[in-house]
Design a protein around this ligand. Structure first.
Ligand SMILES: Cc1ncc(COP(=O)(O)O)c(C=O)c1O
Length: 386
């Protein structure tokens, strides 16, 4: 069933009656489905057999995510967060003849730190993009060489929401003999994402943002799971986790070889609920909807004298926009006091859209920002990034 946008979806989020939620790039809003999932978890906890029920929720989330990205169940592992998923994906790299790990200045810092830690194993990190974190697909295409062993590409950058052409980058990387890892945390759940179309070798995503669950769970897709033996492990990474044999370290051929210990159970229940909700949506229609809302926001804010990061073509835009604001936390706190949730980061206010957002959310935001400017008289944009 495909839900009409946004009224049918919005009814799943009573919390939107109090708050104009434009912050899914940071955290998903509370939904009826999330509440029900947590109530189910507490009911299960009060009954015998809790662990069996919890394991079923974890497997349900894993299967639904695999379906969402066009993967096989056996190609997806469950991990506590994207940073660990990145670590696991890179752990198969040898860093001998080819040492270069090509990343970007726009990489999410936690993932960038995992790449820097690979230097302890012999990797040499190189970053494409400007020092202030602007990047285009062409920057990647120019930077890939025969020294490149691994290319890490965010599907959409976390700060400015630049959407990269993964397929073109992956084709160039593969032609040069490199492996491709995609951090899709800012894309999964709000736009179509198919691993065969992207042609990536690994894909990472967490549950707490556009996938409409709680944080505390992440997915690692591996095209050829058995090609990598991870360095970090735990009892869930065994061929038969319930054998509980402390003397035997075996790795199944499927992606569960990347798993470690018990994931967040609350996050697993809500992940399955969030993914079920996403399954009712036509993600191509969601993308059209979010692009329309963001175009309207960008036009209005620009007309109000604001400076927004707005990539030149629709293909290069993610599901949020970045408004340049040196005092981002102060502005976000003021907006929060007026019932509007946005996501501040260094020098920017991020305005994120999803299926549940409507034109009136954008109107409310733009009006509030205009009032904020008059009240604070602190309109000192630091200059458009590009
Ligand atoms: C693109 C991206 N990758 C990774 C993360 C963080 O992942 P984790 O905290 O699950 O390691 C974030 C934000 O939290 C993000 O926006």
């Amino acid at each position: 069933m495909t839900a009409a946008l946004p009224a049918a979806v919005r009814s799943r989020f009573p919390s939107l009656e109090q708050t104009d939620h434009l912050a899914a790039c940071s955290i998903a809003p509370r939904s009826i489905d999330m509440d029900q999932a947590l109530a189910t978890m507490l009911d299960d906890l009060a009954r015998p057999g809790f662990w069996g029920a919890a394991e079923e929720q974890v497997s349900d989330a894993q299967r639904r995510f695999a379906r969402l990205i066009g993967a096989e169940d056996d190609q997806v592992a469950i991990l506590p967060n994207v940073s660990i998923a990145a670590h696991q994906a890179a752990s198969g790299m040898r860093w001998r003849r080819r040492r270069e790990l090509l990343s970007t200045t726009a990489e999410f810092p936690g993932v960038a730190h995992v790449w820097l830690a690979q230097e302890q194993r012999g990797a040499r990190v190189r970053r494409c993009g400007t020092p202030t974190g602007q990047i285009s697909s062409t920057d990647y295409l120019r930077a890939i060489t025969t020294d490149t062993a691994l290319v890490s590409v965010p599907a959409v950058t976390y700060r400015d929401a630049t959407r990269l052409n993964i397929r073109r980058i992956a084709d160039a990387a593969h032609a040069a003999g490199a492996t491709v890892i995609v951090d899709a945390y800012q894309a999964a759940g709000v736009m179509p994402l198919h691993v065969d179309a992207l042609r990536c070798d690994y894909l990472l995503a967490g549950t707490g943002k556009y996938l409409l669950g709680l944080p505390g769970l992440a997915f690692l897709y591996a095209r050829h799971p058995k090609a990598t033996t991870p360095t970090l492990t735990g009892w869930l990474g065994r061929c038969d986790p319930h054998a509980l044999d402390p003397t035997r370290l075996d790795f199944p051929t499927h992606a569960r070889r990347f798993e470690t210990g018990t994931p967040s159970v609350a996050a697993a229940y809500t992940a399955a609920a969030g993914l079920s909700l996403i399954e009712t949506l036509d993600l191509a229609a969601v993308r059209t909807h979010t692009q329309r809302l963001l175009t309207s926001a960008a036009n209005r804010l620009t007309a109000q004298g604001e400076i927004v990061h707005w990539p030149p073509t629709a293909d290069e835009r993610g599901a949020h926009l970045a408004l340049i604001e040196p005092h981002a936390w102060a502005m976000a706190a003021w907006l929060e006091g007026h019932g509007i949730a946005v996501a501040p980061r260094r020098n920017v206010i991020r305005v994120a859209t999803h299926a549940y957002n409507s034109d009136s959310d954008i109107d409310l935001l733009c009006d509030a920002i205009a009032i904020y400017r008059v009240k604070s008289r602190a309109h000192t944009p630091i200059g458009a990034s590009r």
